[in-house]
Design a protein around this ligand. Structure first.
Ligand code: AHR
Length: 466
C-alpha cells in the first residue's frame, strides 16, 4: 500500500481554469474527418453529412475548442479548395499523409460543425507552402462582416454572419524536418511575425499561436523557441508545444513518468519565452498552447498504410487500455497544474486518429478508455486550480524521480464546488489522506486501485469518495 497525504487550500491558487485547456483536434488525416465526423449517407448523418451519433459522443466528451485542419496536413493546404459549391471543389494530393483529399468538407463545414458540437473553432494557417497573403485572406473570409470580395464570398457560400474565429495557429510543427516547407527558426520566426502583424491589422481581437517544438526531444528544443520568439514576440500570444507518449517497450512506471517530462517541458518553454520577453524589455507574458497531446503508439506505425494514394484510409487508429486512460488523467493533472501559463491545450485527435472516439464507416461509433478521464475532468474542473502536491514517496525513472501519486484540484468560489483529481502511478493500491479543512470540509481518505485515476468531488452535496 502506498500512503500519501495532501492539503486542499484555496490560498494555494495557481490560476483560473481556462476552459480552452480542454480542447481537441480534427485533422484531415486518415478517417478523422471523412467517415469520422463527416459521412454523407451514413444512417445517423444529417443533411449536411454530420454524423449525429458522433456529435452526441462529442457533447458528452465536452471539449471546449477544436483545432483544424492540421497538423501536418495544413502545411500543404489551400483553404480555397474547401469552400464554395462542393461539386466544383478539386480533389488534391495531400503530401503530408500521402492521401487523396476530396475537399468535400472545408472551413465553412467545419465552423458549422463546431456550432453543432457546441465548441469554439481554432484554425491553423498554412505557413509551409504559403504565406502572409493567404493567411490574411482566410482571416478576411472568416471574420470580416461583409462588403469585400472574400467576406461576400463567405456570405454567398451560406454564412451571412462572420465565423468569428478567435484563436489561430501560425503553421504547424515548423521545426520538424518532416513538415512540408520546414525552415530554420529564424526564417519561420520572421514569417510568423510578418503574418501575425498583418492578421492583427485585420482583426486585433484574435489570439495567435507561434509554433514551438514538435516535442521536447527535438535537438533544437529551447533554441527553436528562443529564436522564433525573438522575431515575433510582440505579435503572438502563445507558443505551442506538442507532446505524445508511446507506451511500447516501457514498464508502466516508466510510461506514466512521462507526465513529469511534460511538466518540465512546459517549465522550459515558459522560461525561454520569459527570457526573450526580458531581453526585449516587454511587459507581455506569452501563454503556452499544448495543442497536440495524447498517448500514441507511434512505434506501431505501418508504412504500408501510406504506400498508396488513398482517400480516407485508416491511419493510427490506436486502441487504448486502462493504463492509457490513467496516463491521460495524469497529463491533464500536469496541464491543470500549469494553468497560470498554459491557456490552450488540445487532445489529439478527436475521432479515429489516436482518438477517444472511434467509428465504423456506415456503422457504429464508440468511446475508448481515454474518453472517461477527459470527460470527467473537463466536466468537473471549474473556478481556480489549486496547488495540491501530494506528500508521497517517489520512484526513479528516466524522467527523474517521480511521485507515486499525483494530484490537482479546482475550486469554484461562487458555488463552493471542489474537484480533486488523483493519479496512482504505483502497481500497489494507494491511500491518500486529504486535508480540506481550509475549505470548511472534513479530512477524509481516498483509496486508489493500482495504476488508476480518480475524480473526487468532496462537499456537502457530494460525500467524499463519490
Ligand atoms: O496528430 C498527428 C500528427 O502529429 C500531426 O499531424 C502532427 O502535427 C503531429 O506530428
Amino acid at each position: 500500500m502506498t500512503r500519501a497525504s495532501l492539503t486542499v487550500d484555496p490560498a494555494a491558487r495557481v490560476g483560473p481554469v481556462d476552459r480552452r485547456l480542454f480542447g481537441s483536434f480534427v485533422e484531415h488525416m486518415g478517417r478523422c474527418v471523412h467517415t469520422g465526423i463527416f459521412e454523407p449517407g451514413h444512417p445517423a448523418a444529417d443533411e449536411r453529412g454530420f454524423r449525429a451519433d458522433v456529435l452526441d459522443l462529442i457533447r458528452e466528451l465536452g471539449p471546449s475548442m477544436i483545432r483544424y485542419p492540421g497538423g501536418n496536413f495544413v502545411s500543404g493546404y489551400r483553404w480555397e479548395d474547401g469552400v464554395g459549391p462542393v461539386a466544383e471543389r478539386p480533389r488534391r494530393l495531400d503530401l503530408a499523409w500521402h492521401a487523396v483529399e476530396p475537399n468535400t468538407f472545408g472551413t465553412d463545414e467545419f465552423v458549422a460543425w463546431c456550432r453543432a458540437a457546441a465548441v469554439e473553432p481554432m484554425l491553423a494557417v498554412n505557413l509551409g507552402t504559403r504565406g502572409v497573403q493567404e493567411a490574411v485572406d482566410l482571416l478576411e473570409y472568416c471574420n470580416h462582416p461583409g462588403g469585400t470580395r472574400l467576406s461576400d464570398q463567405r456570405r454567398a457560400n451560406g454564412s451571412p454572419d462572420p465565423h468569428d474565429v478567435r484563436v489561430w495557429c501560425l503553421g504547424n510543427e515548423m521545426d520538424g524536418p518532416w513538415q512540408i516547407g520546414h525552415r530554420s527558426a529564424a526564417e519561420y520566426g520572421a514569417l510568423a511575425g510578418r503574418t501575425a502583424r498583418a492578421m492583427k491589422m485585420l482583426d486585433p481581437r484574435i489570439e495567435l499561436v507561434a509554433c514551438g517544438s514538435s516535442n521536447s526531444g527535438m535537438p533544437t528544443f529551447g533554441a527553436w523557441e528562443a529564436t522564433v520568439l525573438e522575431h515575433c514576440y510582440d505579435a503572438v500570444d502563445h507558443v505551442s508545444l506538442h507532446s505524445y507518449y508511446d507506451p511500447t517497450g516501457k514498464s508502466v512506471g516508466e510510461f506514466l513518468a512521462g507526465a513529469a517530462d511534460l511538466d518540465r517541458a512546459i517549465d522550459a518553454v515558459v522560461a525561454t519565452a520569459d527570457h526573450v520577453g526580458a531581453r526585449l524589455r516587454s511587459r507581455r507574458r506569452l501563454g503556452v498552447s499544448v495543442d497536440e497531446w495524447n498517448v500514441w503508439y507511434y512505434s506501431a506505425w505501418d508504412p504500408e498504410a501510406v504506400a498508396e494514394w488513398r482517400e480516407a484510409g485508416p491511419l493510427i487508429e490506436d486502441t487504448y487500455d486502462d493504463v492509457d486512460a490513467t496516463m491521460v488523467a495524469s497529463l491533464l493533472v500536469t496541464l491543470l497544474r500549469h494553468a497560470d501559463r498554459v491557456h490552450l491545450a488540445c487532445l489529439a485527435q478527436l475521432v479515429n486518429v489516436i482518438a477517444p472516439i472511434r467509428t465504423e464507416p456506415g456503422g457504429r461509433a464508440w468511446k475508448q478508455s481515454i474518453f472517461e478521464p477527459f470527460a470527467a475532468i473537463a466536466g468537473a474542473a471549474r473556478g481556480d486550480v489549486l496547488d495540491v502536491r501530494p506528500r508521497v514517496a517517489t520512484y526513479e525513472s528516466e524522467s527523474g524521480d517521480v511521485p507515486l501519486v499525483d494530484a490537482t484540484a479546482t475550486y469554484d468560489e461562487a458555488s463552493g464546488a471542489v474537484a480533486l483529481v488523483l493519479v496512482n502511478r504505483s502497481t500497489e493500491p494507494a491511500e491518500v489522506a486529504v486535508d480540506a479543512r481550509a475549505l470548511g470540509l472534513a479530512t477524509f481518505d481516498v483509496r486508489l486501485d493500482p495504476v488508476s485515476w480518480r475524480l473526487v468531488r468532496p462537499g456537502p452535496a457530494a460525500p467524499p469518495g463519490s
